[in-house]
Design a protein around this ligand. Structure first.
Ligand SMILES: *Cc1c(COP(=O)(O)O)cnc(C)c1O
Length: 464
């Protein structure tokens, strides 16, 4: 150890010394003695480490006190908090996928903070089912006879396969043995539910006759999985949902269709590839499963819609109790679905769909505005570039949405890596893209007022 470091360590105040400090004393009253002591120990320990690696030039009592204060404050700060998504990935799974519509805010407030008729039938004065609240609206939107809601779509698939595939064979095409992420794999879900996977066809081609040959008295269901997160292109073939549905009908077994994402609207007029629509899938399947927080733009949930007698069986599965949704989810889902009753309002009121369908002209306008604002900050050069956004959430896997990026570059000692980290760890974390020693903000996923926050935080960083 060098003399300087030894001297700095000697100057470092002790816990007891700091406890005598009048400013520290005022912290006791709010945080208690034990907690304050712990904070002091922690901060002294950190400073000692910093001294040992040569990062401290002088002991600053003021800085030490500020650290203690911050440490105590951090304890109360929530860990889950708002971030600014400047990545351009709309359904960013790590950043919470869909944003709920601001139009349902007051309704959610009311349901979350009050008693409700969650499981109470107000007319019959008796116990009701929580799923009743979305039953009618799902009937109207999807055409299904009945529906049940669970925690997420993974749970929906699991519950359906447990109900119809247990001790039976489930037929799936080899082209549809999907892994969704977080190691959720269709083959594993079938075996977990006590069923046997009956693979048919080849990766690129599965014929109707492959299904026909596999059906026997052990068959519990035909499962069709929408390959939402990859594409098989080239020399390919598979039977349509309608053909599989007819085949299942003949064999008197259910045809289950896992759509994954789930869309009510055709987005192809916004340049996106065609995706199967929920109502079309419902018309050609016995049971359809889809996610609440992917393209639907609602809360995390799994929706199971289909034939009444089959949904009735699912409602009697003991597993449902473990997978059921709470009132916050149900309220958010019901309110989101209600927006779909007004088709002309959907794109404007569902943030996920609004962000996906934003026109290039509007994106350019917003990028230009952000460039002008950020160019007021000294020592950086801010420009606008064409780039691509992604839908994300495993949807539209090979499709990129043209967008406009705001590029920030610096001079001299500028390090984009450092600035990216400071933005990400700032008071409202800003998640940006980092490439070619530049920071990129994709305006597509920025929300109202976030331009100002980016300006504020970036100018603070540049002034440091
Ligand atoms: C995303 C997806 C799931 C899982 O849905 P979660 O809501 O994320 O649980 C299941 N199947 C398919 C085809 C999917 O795309």
């Amino acid at each position: 150890m060098e003399n300087k470091e030894r001297e700095l360590l000697r100057q470092l105040p002790s816990v007891n010394e700091l406890l005598q400090d009048s400013e520290v004393k005022s912290l006791f009253t709010i945080n208690g003695l034990e907690r304050t002591k712990k904070a002091i120990k922690q901060c002294i320990g950190e400073t000692r480490q910093q001294i040992l690696v040569g990062r401290v030039n002088a002991i600053s009592r003021k800085k030490l006190l500020a650290n203690i204060n911050q440490y105590l404050k951090n304890r109360e700060a929530p860990s889950l908090r708002r971030v600014i998504n400047a990545t351009g990935v709309v359904l960013h799974t790590n950043l919470g996928r869909s944003l709920l519509s601001p139009t349902i805010r007051n309704y959610l407030n009311e349901i979350m903070l009050s008693y409700s008729n969650l499981e109470y039938d107000l007319h019959k004065k008796q116990r009701g089912l929580r799923y009743q609240h979305v039953e009618k609206i799902l009937q109207e939107l999807t055409g299904a006879e009945d529906a049940v809601i669970v925690n997420n779509n993974a749970a929906a698939v699991m519950l359906v396969l447990d109900t119809f595939g247990s001790n039976k064979e489930v037929i799936v095409s080899r082209g549809e043995l999907v892994e969704i992420g977080g190691s959720f794999r269709i083959p594993a879900i079938i075996t977990k539910g006590g069923g046997t996977l009956r693979e048919v066809g080849a990766t690129n081609k599965t014929h109707l006759r492959d299904y026909q040959a596999a059906i026997n008295e052990q068959t519990g269901a035909i499962l069709k999985v929408h390959t939402s997160n990859y594409r098989i292109v080239g020399f390919t073939e598979k039977p349509s949902a309608e053909e599989l549905y007819q085949e299942a009908l003949k064999a008197n077994i259910p045809m289950i269709n896992d759509l994954g994402s789930g869309l009510f609207l055709d987005l192809s007029k916004y340049g996106l590839p065609k995706e199967p629509l929920i109502q079309d899938a419902v018309a050609t399947s016995d049971i359809v499963t889809f996610s609440g927080d992917k393209l639907l733009g609602g809360p995390q949930a799994g929706i199971i819609a289909g034939k009444k007698e089959l949904i009735e069986k699912i409602k009697h599965n003991q597993l449902l109790r473990a997978l059921r949704v709470d009132k916050m989810t149900l309220a958010a889902l019901e309110a989101t679905l209600r927006i779909y009753l007004n088709p002309e309002k959907v794109l404007e009121q569902i943030p996920t769909l609004r962000m996906i369908s934003t026109s290039e002209a509007l994106l350019a306008k917003r990028a230009k505005k952000l460039v002008a604002k950020l160019n007021k900050i000294a020592n950086i050069e801010v420009t606008m570039e064409r780039g691509n956004s992604q839908v994300g959430g495993g949807s539209f896997p090979d499709y990129l949405l043209p967008t406009f990026l705001v590029r920030v570059q610096g001079e001299g000692t500028w390090s984009a890596t450092r600035v990216e980290k400071l933005l990400r760890e700032g008071e409202v974390p800003i998640i940006s893209r980092l490439e070619h020693n530049s920071i990129f903000f994709d305006v597509r996923t920025l929300q109202a007022g976030e331009d100002e926050e980016i300006y504020h935080q970036l100018s603070n960083i540049m002034e440091e």
